[in-house]
Design a protein around this ligand. Structure first.
Ligand code: SF4
Length: 316
C-alpha cells in the first residue's frame, strides 16, 4: 500500500472542498471496497478525507411521501429499516442479496453506489485495463469475459457495474443528492448516475471532482409485489451473473431492471409495457443491440428465464 495522509471532515462542504483541494484525494466512508483497492495498489490516493463524522446516517420521511436515506446509512440499517421493508421491499431484498453480513454492517449507501467493477483484469495490475490505466487497452476484450457485460459496452471497456442495491434503486426511480466544494447542491436521477464507458471508462459516475453524495431519495411507494432475483455461481457472497429487480402490479404491469449485464443497472422503460405479454417480449426490447462475447452470450437467455421466474413469482 502507498503512503497517504488522512483527515476527518466535520461538514459535507468542508469534506468536498478538502477532496477538491488535494490532488489525488478520495473520500473514505466504510472503506469496504476502497481499502481493498488500495492494498492492491489499484487505487493510490495521496490523501483520504474521512466522512464518517458527518451525521449523514439517518433515514427520514420526505415531504412528498417518499424517503430520504443519508449517505452514511449502513447497508444493514437500510435493509432492516421497517419503512423500507414495508414500502420498498425490492431494496431490502437487493441489499441482503449482496456481500456478507459483516460487509453490510460497515458498507454505506453512498459507498455501495460507488463500488468499482469486479472485472478480473481491473484487479490484475499486470494486465492492460482502460478503466484502471486509461489508454492501456482492455485485456477482457478477446480474453476471459464470462462475468462481463452484454450491453452498454464500448470498444474501450466491457465491464459490468457489480452492485445489487443500485438495481433496485433504478426500479424505484431514486435520486442521488450531492454537495460540491462550493456548497452547491444538486440531485442526480439514478438513471444518469452511472456512466456508460464510451471513450472514458475510467469515469464510473456523473460526479464532478470533489462532489460528495449526501443522501439518496426515494419517491413515494409504488405498491405492488417487490422481487429481487439474483443468479450467481454460488449461493452467497458472489456477484450477479444476472439479476432482476421488479415491482409488479396486480394485472401484470410494472417495472423491471437488470443487474450483471451492463456497466450500469439496465432498465428500458419502453419495454415495460410488454410485461403482461411475458418475459420474452420484454427481454427482446431490453436487450436490443446487445453485443455479447462468446463467453457471456449465455446471459441473454438467462436474463429472459430469470425475468420469467420473477413474473411467475409475482403471479403467486
Ligand atoms: Fe478494464 Fe473494462 Fe477492460 Fe475490464 S473490461 S479490463 S475493467 S477496460
Amino acid at each position: 500500500m502507498r503512503a497517504f495522509t488522512y483527515e476527518r471532515a466535520t461538514t459535507p462542504t468542508q469534506a468536498a472542498a478538502a477532496v477538491a483541494g488535494h490532488a489525488g484525494a478520495k473520500f473514505l466512508a466504510g472503506g469496504t471496497n476502497l481499502l481493498d483497492l488500495m492494498k492492491l495498489e489499484i487505487e493510490t490516493p495521496r490523501h483520504l478525507v474521512d466522512v464518517q463524522d458527518l451525521k449523514l446516517d439517518r433515514i427520514e420521511a420526505a415531504a412528498d411521501g417518499g424517503l430520504r436515506i443519508g449517505a452514511l446509512v449502513t447497508n444493514t440499517a437500510l435493509a432492516s429499516d421497517p419503512h423500507v421493508r414495508r414500502d420498498y421491499g425490492v431494496l431490502t431484498r437487493a441489499i441482503v442479496a449482496g456481500a456478507s453480513g459483516q460487509l453490510r454492517n460497515k458498507a454505506t449507501t453512498a459507498g455501495n453506489l460507488l463500488q468499482r467493477t469486479r472485472c478480473p483484469y481491473f484487479y490484475d495490475t499486470n494486465q492492460p485495463c482502460n478503466k484502471r490505466r486509461p489508454g492501456s487497452g482492455c485485456a477482457a476484450i478477446g480474453g476471459y469475459s464470462r462475468q462481463l457485460a452484454v450491453i452498454g459496452t464500448s470498444d474501450q471497456c466491457i465491464a459490468t457495474y457489480p452492485g445489487d442495491m443500485a438495481v433496485a434503486l433504478r426500479v424505484l426511480d431514486a435520486e442521488v443528492e450531492t454537495v460540491s466544494p462550493d456548497g452547491q447542491t444538486r440531485r442526480i436521477a439514478i438513471a444518469d448516475f452511472h456512466r456508460l464507458p464510451g471513450d472514458s471508462p475510467q469515469q464510473d459516475t456523473a460526479l464532478a471532482p470533489g462532489e460528495l453524495i449526501t443522501a439518496v431519495t426515494l419517491p413515494k411507494p409504488l405498491g405492488g409485489t417487490h422481487i429481487y432475483r439474483k443468479v450467481r455461481d454460488r449461493a452467497s457472497y458472489a456477484f450477479a451473473l444476472v439479476s432482476v429487480a421488479a415491482v409488479i402490479q396486480p394485472g401484470g404491469a410494472g417495472r423491471v431492471a437488470f443487474g450483471g449485464v451492463a456497466p450500469r443497472p439496465w432498465r428500458v422503460e419502453a419495454a415495460e409495457a410488454d410485461l403482461p405479454q411475458g418475459a420474452s417480449a420484454v427481454a427482446a426490447r431490453v436487450f436490443a443491440g446487445a453485443r455479447p462475447t462468446e463467453d457471456n452470450r449465455f446471459k441473454l437467455p438467462l436474463a429472459t428465464r430469470t425475468l420469467a421466474a420473477v413474473i411467475a413469482q409475482a403471479k403467486g
